[in-house]
Design a protein around this ligand. Structure first.
Ligand SMILES: Nc1ncnc2c1ncn2[C@@H]1O[C@H](COP(=O)(O)OP(=O)(O)O)[C@@H](O)[C@H]1O
Ligand SMILES: [Mg+2]
Length: 228
């Protein structure tokens, strides 16, 4: 893999988010990337949304149990926003300022896709909440894992075994197809930050694509032998 150096040589860590539908491979790829970064001697933290901090994990339980849906789309979005606020303030920002690389399983693009494009919450409201919860914090890179809906749902069902689908896994096929399109649109609209990755391949092949996206967007690899 060779030496890796961050493109912006500062003390701050890098913030990389993973997005995509159920079973697209986010958790699998985050784990593989964390191992690779750790091997490159970069301090790495893996976290997830909704959740990632003690306060936000409580809200994760509320939304994924379906409680948020009962409250209605606006209140459900506020629950996600409250969870994100806590997560950013108590976990993500402190880690980044200590130089740790933060890999986050879902972030604000999930809100845009699920509550914005697919839900009934106006984008203006979502952006206003975003200003409160994350302010200027923007991922250095967002990996969007793209798989055909049937492939993702089949993987998620196999992972689940006999368990019941969560709030979002339980939506219908059309929902998941629209979700895929919403993510593709986010990738197209923000090409500086987002890389859309074909994730319909074995995990190692997808990991190689993720690594290439990091090299293109976040790292510089020395082209010649490093000088002492
Ligand atoms: N590239 C892949 N090919 C086949 N199966 C995969 C691949 N990536 C992940 N899986 C399996 O599919 C299931 C869902 O993957 P996971 O990483 O949990 O997806 P997500 O976090 O996006 O929902 C898991 O059981 C995982 O082992
Ligand atoms: Mg996952």
């Amino acid at each position: 893999m060779g030496e890796v150096q961050a493109k912006r040589p500062s003390g701050r860590g890098r913030f990389i988010t993973f997005e995509g539908g159920e079973g697209s491979g986010k958790s699998t790829q985050i784990k593989m990337l964390a191992e690779r970064l750790s091997a490159a001697k970069l301090r790495t933290l893996v976290t997830r949304e909704p959740g990632g901090s003690p306060g936000a994990e409580i809200m994760r339980h509320l939304v994924l149990s379906g409680m948020g849906k009962l409250l209605g789309p606006d209140a459900e979005t506020l629950l996600f926003a409250a969870a994100r606020d806590d997560h950013v303030r108590t976990v993500i920002q402190p880690a980044l300022s200590q130089g740790t690389w933060v890999l986050c399983d879902r972030f604000f693009d999930s809100t845009r896709a699920y509550q914005g494009s697919l839900g009934s919450v106006p984008m203006g409201v979502i952006k206003a909440m975003q200003r409160v919860t994350i302010g200027d914090l923007k991922p250095d890179l967002t990996i969007i894992l793209d798989v055909p809906v049937e492939v993702g749902l089949k993987r998620a069902a196999e992972r689940r075994g006999n368990g019941t689908p969560d709030r979002f896994e339980g939506e219908n096929l059309r929902f998941h197809e629209e979700l895929r399109q919403a993510y593709r649109q986010i990738a197209a609209e923000d090409q500086q930050r987002c890389v859309l990755i074909d994730a319909n391949a074995d995990p190692e092949t997808v990991a190689a694509r993720v690594w290439k996206a990091l090299r293109d967007h976040v790292f510089t690899l020395p082209t010649s032998a490093p000088t002492a």
